[in-house]
Design a protein around this ligand. Structure first.
Ligand SMILES: O=C(CO)COP(=O)(O)O
Length: 250
């Protein structure tokens, strides 16, 4: 049975005090049992506090990025060893903001994937087409290429540590979400691409999250689709009530 997952990508939001407040509210209000595995990804400087605060809860912690090198003269960067040494064993890679704003190529993302997996981290691998790709009918090609070029070099065994997150760029932070039918169509396609390359066992087991303007009022419909295994949530993850409404919509 593949896992249901709802992850909150906090991006560059929440200082130390605000992180503490949001985590306290999540801990206080999260149901004792949730169908979904719940993960939050605060910014680097607040990860250690988040790990400490969420110890003995069901909420996991993810980083939003990692550097591909083991260490060295890379001013401003964070290594996989640094993350795992503070108890962070999950990382978001390939996010469209990293691709577009920080010019991360498929090749760079592929090497970050390798480093994270080498350190036994779980990778939440993000990908998705831009509006122009969808308008030109090229969205399936783009998505397949991002998967092949950024991820498909990994071994079969590594898939146990991979979660896919389809995030159409045109739906991120825009308030415009893919329709549940568009999400399902793409998720089904993604699973087929994985099946062709790695076999049915892996394709059936891998969780495929949808991201892009998921809100309390549209989560249930999107999560109701058979190939949508949860969500990667941006803006709505910054308020405990909204995030938990999404968590319980699964
Ligand atoms: O980028 C996202 C999650 O990684 C989605 O962001 P929004 O939910 O704000 O559209």
């Amino acid at each position: 049975m593949r896992k249901k997952i709802v992850a909150g990508n906090w991006k560059m939001h929440k200082n130390a005090e605000q992180t503490e407040e949001l985590l306290s509210e999540l801990i206080a209000k999260i149901p004792a049992q949730t169908t979904a595995q719940v993960i939050v990804a605060p910014t680097f400087v607040n990860l250690q506090a988040a790990v400490a605060k969420l110890k003995n809860t069901t909420i996991g912690v993810s980083a939003q990025n990692v550097h591909q090198a083991e260490g060295g003269a890379f001013t401003g960067e964070i290594s996989a060893d640094m993350l795992t040494s503070i108890g962070v064993n999950t990382v978001i890679l390939g996010h469209s903001e990293r691709r577009a704003i920080f010019h991360e190529s498929d090749a760079l993302i592929a090497s970050k994937v390798d480093t994270a997996l080498k350190h036994d981290m779980t990778v939440i691998f993000c990908f998705g087409e831009e509006l122009k790709d969808r308008q030109s009918g090229n969205h399936f090609n783009i998505v397949e290429n991002q998967l092949r070029d950024g991820l498909f070099h990994i071994s079969k065994e590594s898939w146990a540590n991979v979660v896919l997150a389809y995030e159409p760029v045109w739906a991120i932070g825009t308030g415009e979400t893919a329709s549940p039918e568009q999400a399902q169509e793409m998720h089904e396609f993604i699973r087929e691409v994985v099946r062709k390359a790695f076999g049915a066992d892996i394709a059936d087991e891998v969780s495929i999250l949808y991201g892009g303007s998921v809100k309390p009022d549209n989560a249930k419909e999107i999560f109701g689709k058979p190939d949508v295994d949860g969500g990667l949530i941006g803006g709505a993850a910054l308020k405990a009530d909204d995030f938990l409404a999404i968590v319980t919509a699964i």
